[in-house]
Design a protein around this ligand. Sequence first.
Ligand code: PAF
Length: 284
Amino acid sequence: MKELAHQEHAAHRILGLVPTMGALHEGHLSLIKRARQDCTSVAASIFVNPKQFGPAEDFAKYPRAQQTDTEKLAALGIQCVFIPEPAEMYPQDYSTYVNVDGISERLEGRTRPGHFRGVSTVVLKLLQIVQPQFAYFGRKDAQQAAIISRMAHDLNLDAEIVVCPIVREADGLAMSSRNVYLNPADRQAATVLHRALQAVQNELHKGTRDALQLQFAMRRVLEQEPRAKIDYAEIVDARTFEPVTHVARSSYALLAAKFGETRLLDNLLIEFNPGNTNEPRIEL
Ligand code: PAF
């Protein structure tokens, strides 16, 4: 991979990287399509990173679909698929980790201790190996994207981190490789996440900026769905992921809930043009 990356750089190609854990869905493919627009050469990596799974999490049963994944990637005409072995990424004597302090301990980090340390470490390794000018991540994992952007900034990495919109099923459920775990009843129930975020969107359109009121709006919808076990439903600053009391700068409405054994995330991004706190731009 490093040799190939050197060749691409020597040929003055603009190299983009799309890191994935495989089981590719339309969300991943949208990242590839975006990378193809921006770059002259695109690499995707497929690596189910053991370091980002807790001992009681789904590493062993995480969906693996290498054959169909590579077919999907080939159909999009990308230049390279990098599929390292765990022992290559983490040999026996492996001992270096990256942690983005503060933000990594909140929300997802509270429920999944060590998760973001594993994510930051593997993403830094992938960026070191591929040395892309651009690297692409989905906004569904908003906290992950913010942590990676912060790491790239703090460590003066050359790669520009590009965060791409959420891709949704027709009924609003955000695409995720873990959606395949849902039984039909939970799959139906999981649409409540999107409806809860739509409730926030409606409140924002009505002019509500008080974070507690926005949170209530989400929870009111979520609590109508008995199959949803809410982990958090919060309004946070889009950069620090600290709770806000009043929405006046870029913020996220963030949701995490379990349906059966499957934990799903979703979010809504609220952005303001500088100097105009009246009309937020809302991205669902
Ligand atoms: O979002 C994912 O699929 C993973 O967390 C990533 C960024 C590929 C790192 O393993």
